[in-house]
Design a protein around this ligand. Structure first.
Ligand SMILES: [Zn+2]
Length: 233
């Protein structure tokens, strides 16, 4: 490891017991201010210590860049520059800490969702495509959405639960979860946090409305899947 630590990895075969069914289903939307927003109205925020650590990383990286410059102007090789090497290790350690903290956060969150619900519906977001959008880039990379969905997928498999991915073109934000009305002409910019349905007058909180739609769409797909599987048998 760049931080100078060594890791031993062991391969163990275990039988994982399925978790008991809860009778509860949940829709999960990727939030912008929160990490995720759930169809039951609850939210999970990005842990605050992560952004603090990220600030620390930025500071340490600046120091590293400065030491590189000093070594260059003094015409010393980086490998001979003790101060540079020391700082490089420091940066690696902060980076490792961020990675571990984030993984820990995502593991706990994904496990809790799997434990508390039987069907978990999420949007199949194209993260690569989204990172190109500058405004979203930080939010996306910070929130590690793809790592999170991977964790949900294998944990669902392990514990006998179902993860349903919704097509990323499904208009989860622009559909009214009350009556199904679709805002076709109206643009829904990211700054719009809530909107009133012109058809049924329901006031829709942007993120919660989307996660309810994701859940409903997921349940629809789940029942189609079951029918399809039964039809084959
Ligand atoms: Zn409506």
């Amino acid at each position: 490891m760049p931080s100078g630590k060594y890791y031993v990895s062991l391969l163990v075969e275990t039988i994982i017991d399925e978790l008991p069914k809860t009778g509860s289903n949940i829709g999960v939307d990727l939030g912008l201010t929160d990490f995720i927003v759930l169809s039951d109205g609850s939210k999970a925020a990005n842990p605050k210590f992560l952004s603090k650590l990220q600030d620390k990383l930025a500071r340490e990286q600046k120091t590293l860049a400065r030491r590189r410059e000093i070594a260059n102007t003094e015409q010393r090789k980086l490998s001979d520059s003790k101060n540079y090497q020391k700082q490089k290790l420091k940066v690696a350690k902060v980076y490792e800490r961020i990675t571990n903290c984030r993984k820990d956060f995502l593991h706990k969150l994904s496990f809790n969702l799997i434990k508390n619900h039987d069907v978990i519906a999420i949007e199949d977001l194209n993260v690569k495509g989204m990172v190109k959008n500058r405004k979203l880039a930080k939010a996306i990379s910070d929130s590690s959405w793809s790592t999170f969905t991977t964790m949900l997928a294998y944990k669902a498999e392990w514990y006998g639960k179902a993860l349903i991915k919704i097509d990323r073109w499904y208009p989860s934000s622009k559909t009214c979860s009350g009556c199904g009305h679709l805002l076709i002409k109206d643009k829904l910019s990211l700054s719009v946090r809530s909107w009133t349905c012109p058809s049924c007058q329901q006031n829709n909180n942007r993120d919660i409305n989307a996660s309810i739609n994701i859940l409903n769409e997921g349940l629809k797909l789940a029942s189609i899947k079951t029918v399809g599987a039964a039809g084959l048998a």
